[in-house]
Structures are given as structure tokens and as C-alpha cells.
Design a protein around this ligand. Structure first.
Ligand code: UDX
Length: 451
């Protein structure tokens, strides 16, 4: 089948490369000419395991092509995927500017029947808006050409996006035309094998499904972080509680890891956008507000512990920070807890030496040269002369480090672990002062949870 994908960002590229890989002809369109030129040269603008190979291989086979010419894009595919960004507007609601611009372009240039697929995460009612824009663009041309607009939200996780696309838990499609539904079923058939994962529904429900899924997952995380905060105050161990509740199959083990709060491009934005949508429809979504408030505070929780330990005197202290990406296996730092931790430490006049296995380039482009901040090339050099180590992202390489080396490099052996990757008893045996999330610290006499 012939597929055009508008937006060669994270979702558009993964979607395009995966559709091409199963034999479709795919044309990716982006208004950013530099990006398109780089993609034509085989340069991928994002870090995603497996994507480079998939793009190179399918480009070589001629199934995956790139263009900045939107007319060529509209003429090409029966399917016109919209996979452009929906950044949060000032009040947190999704900004649909780019989505609607693509709708206008399609309406201005289409000459035959098209299926327009909303892949971007968009508020309920967007498919209708897209449809109106198409209709009015066609009207201005004095044309009446048939089309369908469908909703097909993505559920890709950064770092696992290719596997998520190739072996999805489900493919959700909001569609009101039975013939178009069958075309989409055929399009997704290569990814829909062991049992039927194709879930068709009405368009509004599909749009809301995406937000409901992300909001539910974000709720699990904030809930668990709240339990961690309670555990610290009553002298309990949140990791034991995690095992205790996760083993109940109704709750499950996934997404109940306490930590420094969720980040990334989806959860923070989508929880806020759903809250705004709900507000606009006259409903006060109190759970969503609480999920967001808990998450906001949680990013700060480790800094509170650092401040308490050093009796609010961070001036002249150096903190080593391991992990800048919002989670492992990505270089994405959007809404990353590391950013809040960094800002708080620097504004308390601490010096920070930060290291991440893949996000150093991203960190450099965000911070440039910043007073008090050293972006260093190895985990070891981050420790040099530091008064404490903070773990912010749970990269595999941080899980089993050379603890003797850490002790030697730090001026005092203190670890603040924002991801609970070490065993507190082991840390105590090794002679560390060890703080983590939702567990009593080790190596200090008296502790009173604060904040
Ligand atoms: C998420 C959804 O998983 C995906 O379906 C959707 O399409 C986009 O948003 P992503 O943002 O890539 O994907 O990351 P994910 O792996 O879901 O993690 C999100 C955040 O939650 C990370 O900051 C992670 O550190 C945090 N998290 C996750 C926890 O703090 N605890 C957990 O138990 C799980």
C-alpha cells in the first residue's frame, strides 16, 4: 500500500520505517528541509535502538523515501498519516496548530479519495476539526472529493518503539466507515498475528483511549510515589510493598516503581491536556490534578534529602549526577527529573558534575556553558572531588558499579539514589551513607522525613 506520513519526528519516523519494513511504499514528509536532507543521507535525528538500521535498510530498498514537498506527499499515499507534534499550549491544552496545518495542506492539494489518519495524540473532537478543515479547503477549490478521517493513536515507548510497533499490545482505530475499517485492518495485518489485537471503535472513544491509557499509567506512578512518601514517614519499605501489591494480578507489577516522578514527552503533556479538556467540558478532574501535583513534587524529593543532609548548606558542595535522560535507552530530556534536580542544586549554589551514557549531546544543547555545571564524559569523572553521588536515571551501567572506586572518588561516601537501584543493606556494609525513595536511609543515626 502507499502511505504518506506527515511529520518526521519520533512517531512519524518509527511508523514510516515499520510500515516500509513489511513491504509498503512509504513517503515521509517534513517541512524542515534540513531534517529531510539529513534523513536522505541516512542521518537519524533521534536516538532510538534499531531505528537507524531500519531506516537505512528500507531506504536502500526504495520503500522508504523522504521529501519536504507536501504536494508530492499528498499525491502519493492513499493513507495520509498525521504524525506532527502537539506541544502543550500555555494553559496545558494540546496545541493543534501543526495538525490543522497538515489538514489544510491535504485539503488544498488532494485530487482523489484519501484516508486521513490522526496518529498524533490529539484531544477528543480533533478528527471532526480535521474533517471540517478539509471540507473548507476543498470548498475553496470548488471541489467535492470523498475522504475519511480516522483516529489511530500510537502507544510507542521511547527506547522500545520498534518492538512496540512490530508487536503491539493493541492497535486502536476510531473509524465510522466500515470499508475504511477493513482497509486499516489490512494495513495492520502484518503486525496483528497471534491473536486479534485490532480494536475498532468510534472516533471519539479512540481519541480518548490514548489519554486514558497514559493517564492511568501516570496515576499508577504517582500513586506509588505517594505510598513511598508515606513509607518513609512510618518507617516502612516501599520496595517490599511493591512486591506485596504487584503480586495481586489485579494490580500487576508494571508501572509501580517509585522514583523521581515521570518525565518524557507524553505523560506530563497528556495528563495536563486531559485535565484541560475535562475542565473545558465543565468537569473538575481531581485525580488527574493530584497525579500531576504529586509528580511535580516528586522530582524535587531527592534534592530535599540532599539539602536536609547538608543542613541547607550546599554552597561550596559538589554533587555528582548520574543520568540525565528521562529514562534509560533514550537521549530525550523533555520533562526529565534530572532538569529539576539540576536547577534546584545549581540555584542552591552547589556545583554539579553530570554524566549520562547517551544524553550528553542533548544536555549540551540545553545548557551550553552554565556556571557551576560540568557535563563530563565518564561516570567516573563525574565523581571526581564530589561530596555525594545522585542517581537520577536507572541506566543498566549504573546498576553494578565499582563501589570501591566510588568511595575513593567521593570526598564522603554518600549516595542519594532516586531510582532504588541498590540494596540498602549492601550499601551499609560497604560503608556508604545511603538515601533512596520510600525506604529508611542507611548509615545515619537519626532521620526525620521532611517536605
Ligand atoms: C509513554 C507510554 O508508555 C506510551 O505508551 C505512550 O505512547 C507514550 O508515553 P514513554 O514516555 O516513552 O512512553 O515512557 P515510559 O517507559 O512509559 O515511561 C514514562 C515515565 O514514567 C518515565 O519517566 C519513567 O521513568 C517513569 N516510570 C515508569 C516510573 O517512574 N515508574 C514506573 O514504574 C514506570
Amino acid at each position: 500500500m502507499k502511505i504518506t506520513i506527515f511529520g518526521s519526528g519520533y512517531v512519524g519516523l518509527v511508523t514510516g520505517a515499520c510500515f516500509a519494513d513489511v513491504g509498503n511504499e512509504v513517503l515521509c514528509v517534513d517541512t524542515d528541509e534540513k531534517k529531510i536532507d539529513r534523513l536522505k543521507e541516512g542521518e537519524i535525528p533521534i536516538y532510538e535502538p534499531g531505528l537507524q538500521e531500519l531506516v537505512t535498510d528500507n531506504s536502500r530498498k526504495g520503500r522508504l523515501r523522504f521529501t519536504s514537498d507536501s504536494a508530492e506527499g499528498v499525491a502519493f499515499g492513499l493513507f495520509q498519516f498525521i504524525a506532527v507534534g502537539t506541544p502543550p499550549g500555555e494553559d496545558g491544552s494540546a496545541d493543534l496548530r501543526h495538525v490543522l496545518a497538515v489538514a489544510d495542506t491535504i485539503g488544498q492539494k488532494m485530487d482523489d479519495y484519501k484516508i486521513i489518519v490522526d496518529k498524533s495524540t490529539v484531544p477528543v473532537g480533533t478528527a471532526e476539526l480535521v474533517s471540517k478543515r478539509l471540507l473548507s479547503a476543498l470548498g475553496e477549490r470548488g471541489l467535492s472529493i470523498d475522504y475519511d478521517v480516522v483516529s489511530n493513536p500510537e502507544f510507542l515507548k521511547e527506547g522500545d518503539a520498534i518492538a512496540d510497533f512490530m508487536k503491539p499490545d493493541r492497535v486502536v482505530v476510531g473509524v465510522d466507515n466500515p470499508r475504511t475499517k477493513e482497509l486499516l485492518r489490512t494495513l495492520y495485518a502484518p503486525f496483528n498475528r497471534s491473536h486479534d489485537r485490532f480494536i475498532a471503535m468510534d472516533i471519539r472513544s479512540a481519541e480518548l483511549t490514548k489519554y486514558a491509557a497514559n493517564a492511568m499509567l501516570a496515576t499508577k506512578i504517582s500513586f506509588m510515589n505517594e505510598i513511598a512518601n508515606i513509607a518513609e514517614r512510618v518507617g516502612a519499605d516501599v520496595e517490599a510493598i511493591r512486591l506485596g501489591i504487584g503480586s495481586d494480578s489485579r494490580i500487576g507489577f508494571s508501572f509501580i516503581y517509585p522514583g523521581l516522578g515521570y518525565g518524557g514527552s507524553c505523560f506530563p503533556k497528556d495528563v495536563q491536556a486531559l485535565e484541560r479538556t475535562s475542565h473545558q467540558h465543565g468537569y473538575d478532574a481531581r485525580i488527574l490534578q493530584a497525579v500531576e501535583a504529586v509528580n511535580y513534587e516528586q522530582k524535587f524529593s531527592i534534592v530535599k534529602k540532599i539539602k536536609q543532609h547538608f543542613k541547607n548548606e550546599l554552597s561550596g558542595k559538589t554533587i555528582a549526577l548520574w543520568g540525565l535522560a528521562f529514562k534509560p535507552n533514550t537521549d530525550d530530556m523533555r520533562e526529565a527529573p534530572s532538569r529539576r534536580v539540576l536547577e534546584e542544586l545549581l540555584s542552591s549554589e552547589a556545583k554539579v558534575r553530570a554524566y549520562d551514557p547517551v544524553a550528553m549531546g542533548e544536555a549540551r544543547s540545553i545548557y551550553g556553558k552554565r556556571e557551576g555545571l560540568a557535563l563530563v564524559e565518564t561516570s567516573e569523572s563525574a565523581l571526581r572531588g564530589a561530596d555525594a553521588l545522585v542517581i537520577v536515571t536507572e541506566w543498566m551501567v549504573f546498576r553494578s558499579p565499582d563501589f570501591e572506586m566510588i568511595k575513593q572518588e567521593l570526598s564522603t561516601p554518600i549516595i542519594f539514589d532516586g531510582r532504588n537501584i541498590y540494596d540498602p543493606d549492601l550499601m551499609e556494609q560497604l560503608g556508604f551513607i545511603y538515601y533512596s525513595i520510600g525506604r529508611m536511609p542507611k548509615g545515619i543515626e537519626v532521620y526525620e522525613a521532611i517536605g
